[in-house]
Design a protein. Structure first.
Length: 178
């Protein structure tokens, strides 16, 4: 039994030596150490970049705050710096143009909402359809033909498609054939 254990130890030692001779375990350990050091450097670089972005945002916010203060002073007539006055006037002009554009956008969006709210929508995708179209321009699904408007034969009132009686005069309504 002692012989087998000795042989095993010898062979295990030879195997470890062979792996080490080829750069095995020690090379793997060295490689892992290099990778860990590289990972640490990358992590540190990421932290520094994040801090640089944070500082840059703070600088931008502070410059904006200074500009807002300068424009406010200019509007009230308390800015006495000839270098800043043309810049402040230009900012005021831009603010007026911005307000005009916002009002125009709001009017267009409101008109669009009204147009799409009153228009028909595709039963498959829900997108607005073109009046008189037979297929959806967005998904290609067929659009069912609109039901013709119905009127009461007694009083002429407009009837809903599912009505069985006239809401105005109570006249029974003939159900249309499909």
């Amino acid at each position: 039994m002692g012989d087998i254990l000795g042989t095993f130890r010898q062979r295990a030692g030879e195997l470890i030596q062979a792996i080490n001779d080829r750069g095995g375990i020690s090379a793997a350990i060295q490689s892992l150490r290099r990778q860990m050091a590289e990972s640490d450097r990358r992590r540190e670089i990421g932290k520094i970049r994040a801090e640089l972005r944070r500082l840059d945002r703070q600088i931008t916010e502070m410059i904006t705050a200074v500009g807002v203060q300068a424009v406010g002073l200019h509007k009230t007539g308390h800015l006495h710096s000839p270098e800043l006055q043309p810049l402040c006037e230009h900012i005021i002009e831009l603010e007026a143009a911005l307000a005009t554009q916002k009002a125009e956008l709001a009017a267009l969006e409101s008109a669009l909402r009204e147009a799409t709210a009153s228009g028909d929508r595709c039963p498959s995708c829900g997108q607005p359809t073109i009046e008189g179209g037979t297929f959806c321009p967005h998904c290609g699904a067929p659009i069912p033909a609109p039901e013709p408007e119905r009127y009461c034969i007694r009083c002429g009132a407009s009837l809903r498609s599912e009505a069985k009686f006239c809401a105005r005069c109570g006249q029974p309504v003939a159900i249309p054939r499909k």
